[in-house]
Design a protein around this ligand. Structure first.
Ligand code: PAF
Length: 282
């Protein structure tokens, strides 16, 4: 695996190839990331991963400084997964001057759910993803980028970004990988202590129960069922931001006419100091 830090070296490394298959990460890689790399491999003629902890998507009170950086382990895992090129820019490589041009996704998609509780998050994500796409794919006739479905709203925003800017990139969604008890794999799971780790599965259980309840009753009961689900988690010591059922197409609340529409249950809640997110298509 070739490791490059600058945009110029990345472009040189990718020059012989026509169809990169790309996985963007912030490092601290777990099996979910590695599954994305393995799935990406047959989709392109060169497999590229990036590791970059993107300051732009962290609010000042969030965990940018303490976000786990596990360089050696990440490199070994990527190499074993068959990654060909690892792009690991330093901050000065990707942002040599303040990034004043930014990508602002539409408010109706970016200011709800995660974007409501993390204002500016999707501007930071969209901006860095656009820039990473330019680094990896500029001058290529086509390419593929894989994003995990655990970050459901992020994946949708990136799909729209690619569509709106007519980028010749196919976005492929990777299924969420789960631990044996059902907890969605996440870099932030490493923040949980033993007791919290045992409790953490309750988020996916709550989403499952909420999904089943909404499916089995009139759609008009949805808001009350969501409220009950949040209260049940709160009673166990969680601080839920949202547990909600949305349309898969636009992440808006379903209306009476949407009873048969494809839906997704999304949730975010804090356990101790760790904020976890998860979702389930129903
Ligand atoms: O999902 C992530 O790890 C990040 O949001 C991403 C897409 C790598 C952008 O920094």
């Amino acid at each position: 695996m070739k490791i490059v830090h600058t945009i110029a070296d990345l472009r040189t490394a990718l020059a012989p190839f026509q169809r990169p298959a790309f996985v963007a990460t912030m490092g601290n890689l777990h099996d979910g990331h590695i599954a994305l790399v393995k799935q990406a491999k047959p989709l392109g003629d060169v497999t590229v991963a990036s590791i970059f902890v993107n300051r732009l998507q962290f609010a000042p009170h969030e965990d940018f400084d303490t976000y786990p950086r596990t360089w050696e382990a990440d490199c070994s895992k990527l190499e074993a997964a068959g990654c060909d090129v690892l792009f690991a820019p330093r901050e000065t490589d990707l942002y040599p001057e303040p990034q004043t041009y930014k990508v602002h996704p539409p408010a109706e998609l970016a200011n709800i759910l995660e974007g409501h509780f993390r204002p500016g998050f999707f501007v930071g994500v969209s901006t860095v993803v656009m820039k990473l796409f330019m680094c990896v794919f500029a001058g290529k006739p086509a390419g593929v980028a894989m994003f995990g479905k655990k970050d459901y709203q992020q994946q949708m925003i990136i799909r729209r970004l690619v569509q709106q800017f007519a980028l010749p990139i196919e976005i492929v969604g990777g299924d969420t990988l789960r631990a044996a008890d059902g907890l969605a794999l996440s870099s932030r799971n490493g923040y949980l202590n033993e007791q919290e780790r045992a409790e953490a599965v309750q988020l996916s259980q709550a989403l499952k129960a909420l999904g089943a309840a909404v499916k089995s009753g009139p759609i008009g009961d949805r808001e009350q069922l969501e409220e009950n689900a949040m209260q049940a988690l709160a009673a166990r010591g969680w601080k839920p931001d949202y547990l909600t059922v949305r349309r898969r197409t636009d992440l808006l609340p379903p209306e009476a006419s949407d009873a048969a529409a494809p839906l997704v249950v999304l949730g975010a809640a804090k356990l101790g100091t760790t904020r976890l997110i998860d979702n389930l298509e129903i």
